[in-house]
Write a new protein. Structure first.
Length: 318
């Protein structure tokens, strides 16, 4: 007489093992353990340009049932960040193969409802031009909908088209843009549920229709410095904005920028300026309930409650 293990017992066994290799072996013992083990093994997937990722990409690209189990997907192509010279060379060799990018495209195409999607790629310089693999994101996967997306990749037509399909997106983090060429434009009503934006200032005017409540941008280029006085008075268009973080704001602009913000965003509760401006006790700052000037960029982290985020130089006004 055959005996089956109850699903709740199988789940407990898998959690207690907490070893991916052992869980993979366990998945081959029965259909019950296979179903439970696969949900554990494929819940979070991290892909590097490495030979060890080929088999996983092949599975995700050719077995849609398995791809639908993925909730957290990260792709990282950053050879310069590896500690081993051999690993860096291996990543570079794998990334030079067109077959790898086709497998990655197929795998992404099969992903379904994700909690988190990340695509992180260092620019690959070939000759005098840099190569970007944003093409794996477009045509956009028909079923991929993520609630949080982080893209450390050159913003181009493929990235724009991909993000335009994200109807359930709530948190978006984008790489800074340093060039002045004409940028792709999002269609109207894109990303209707977006509440957190952390990205280039030059794209900010394309998000006025979104219900953004938390906003973060940096002033890393001359273009951003010149654009800041134009964008700042327009922040009133974010009707639900209550938290604003500005990184690398030039000290000579701090007082004027905060003065403008105090009029444009009367309901703003939390303001963070990094680095800490010298003159932080001006009358303008007193308009806000809680104001923080800190050297800690983690205060904008979505994992930290906003009421506890401002630990340094906080002014509370009744």
């Amino acid at each position: 007489m055959a005996h089956t293990v109850p699903p709740e017992v199988s789940r407990k066994i898998v959690r207690l093992l907490n070893d991916r290799r052992m869980i993979s072996v366990l998945a081959r013992t029965s259909r019950t353990f296979q179903a439970v083990a696969e949900r554990y093994l494929y819940a979070e997937v991290v892909i590097y340009p490495h030979e060890q990722s080929i088999a996983l990409l092949h599975t995700l690209g050719h077995v849609p049932r398995v791809a639908q189990l993925v909730h957290f997907f990260r792709f990282i192509n950053a050879p310069s960040r590896t500690r081993s010279l051999d690993a860096m060379r291996q990543m570079q060799r794998t990334a030079a193969q067109p077959e790898f990018w086709e497998l990655l495209r197929l795998a992404i195409h099969n992903l379904g409802n994700l909690e988190y999607f990340e695509f992180d790629e260092e620019p690959m310089v070939i000759g005098q031009a840099s190569q970007c693999h944003s093409g794996v994101l477009f045509p956009s996967p028909p079923h991929l909908q993520a609630s949080e997306i982080r893209l450390d990749i050159q913003f181009d037509e493929n990235v724009c088209a991909f993000l335009s399909t994200q109807k359930a997106l709530r948190k978006l983090r984008l790489q800074d843009i340093y060039y002045t060429a004409p940028l792709p434009v999002f269609p109207e009503s894109s990303m209707p549920q977006l509440t957190l934006y952390d990205g280039p200032l030059v794209l900010l005017d394309q998000f006025y229709h979104c219900p953004i409540s938390r906003l973060k941008f940096s002033i890393r280029s001359e273009a951003a410095v010149s654009l800041l006085p134009v964008i700042t008075p327009e922040l009133y268009k974010f009707k639900m904005l209550y938290s604003l973080s500005i990184i690398l704001l030039p000290s000579e602009m701090a007082e004027n920028v905060v003065e403008i913000i105090s009029h444009a965003c009367p309901n703003l509760q939390y303001l963070s300026i990094i680095p800490y401006p010298k003159y932080h006790e001006s009358v303008s700052y007193a308009r806000f309930r809680d104001i923080a000037f800190s050297s800690d960029s983690s205060l904008f982290s979505s994992n930290v409650p906003s009421s506890r985020a401002f630990l340094a130089f906080t002014v509370c006004v009744s």
